[in-house]
Unconditional design. Sequence first.
Length: 463
Amino acid sequence: MKPSIVWFRDDLRVADNPALRAAVDDGAAVALYVLDEESEGLRPHGGASRWWLHHSLVSLRDDLAALGIPLLLRRGDAASVVQKTTTALGAGGLYWNRRYGAAERTVDAGIKAWAGEAGLHVASFQASLLHEPWEVTTKTGGQYKVFTPFWRTVSAQDFREPLAVPEKGHGFTGKLPAYDELDSWNLLPGKPDWSGGLAEMWTPGAAAGHKRLAAFVADGLSNYSEGRNRPDTDGSSCLSPYLRWGELSPFEVWHALGSKRSESAGIFASELGWREFCWHQYFHNPNLATANLRPEFDRFPWAWPGSNNGNGKHPGHESAPEEFRAWQQGRTGFPMVDAGQRQLWHSGWMHNRVRMVAASFLVKNLGIHWQLGEQWFWDTLVDADPASNPANWQWVAGSGADASPFFRIFNPEAQRVKFDPQGKYIAHWIPEFGTPEYPEEIVDLKTTRAEALEAYKEMREVH
Ligand code: FAD
């Protein structure tokens, strides 16, 4: 009987994995992961993501080994790697869970066509999202642009129960084609090694994800509606990187909430809904990271870059003003922003409330294009997500679908008083706060707020 290949991508788990299930049902399975930095249009991973991916692959390899299934690692453009590996193995089946980015879908469609012609049994599955973006449409058949009706429609569906981990004994034991050593991919930082703080906070891999999910459901969920806004507590789930890398499936998280839902559990479920909504937007707008969803923002008079860039390209950050470095490095003189940026640099994660505050400060008080902030988060977050990151940046900037109106400008000082009332969060991340060593405020909040509103007015007046 011919072996089957299961091609892992953003689904680094053995539980609730329909592609893995299909492969083991079909014959002796071999797992494949391709580090594709060559296919056109794929966004290269940021530094923190590369760190996570390395450890996640180690964990996946162990989980697969426990089932007797070998994991082949190959670097290169996916189309040729998958073809070569399939041919070298003499595989009869090829299975994967679907991806939703445009460039990824082009790659996958090409491979599917080739595999069909080559006589392979090829199939793909829904595993990373609770909804299929092309199936959920408005009454007029279009994409959803507003969250509430979107989530009302999606959450009314019955989501399938998670699939169990396959039984042992379906692994391929014959000769394997050539594969790469994980270390040769150099995913981990060299010198300086900035990953110590990441390792302190995180254990990548499905086992740690399940542990965190169980602990959150037991201890955090009932207080989530309050706790989620408080960066000074462990009030949110910290499940984002596990969902990003598919170590946990959204179906597992959804069903872990149980069927009788408290108000807090409903709010938490709707956060999963925001993840779905971000992917819905990304599916329908593949340039989400490089183009304003609201085209009038192409005319926004940013302080930086001075000329506009609604041209689908990232503005480079090399010549960005000094304020941008101060923002990245957490020395703006606004403790809520600085604590957040230091938390991000140290641990690869920032609390959601602080992400909103830090993003609003960059865009509205410094007048710097949201894309620069989006790129910084992309490089530094362990949960850097091709849909959620740009969608949330556009939400804060006011240029996105169902976005926060531009004129709602977060005041970092008011946010600090409200959400870190005892100053615990600030004290943790900024030990020198309150001493002469802490930087002066780099801008005046009132003046820059007025300038931002003026710029917004200008954008609206130009025709
Ligand atoms: P919880 O509050 O426990 O939420 C549970 C899960 O719901 C999260 O793990 C996440 O998967 C999802 N979720 C919650 N809020 C959102 C949201 N606003 N949008 C999409 N999904 C959400 N989230 C990412 O996963 N990746 C990103 O790259 C990312 N970039 C962001 C950039 C900015 C400027 C902002 C304001 C938010 C961003 N978010 C991103 C959303 C949110 O901040 C994180 O998902 C959340 O902080 C993760 O922590 P948690 O797992 O404890 O969240």
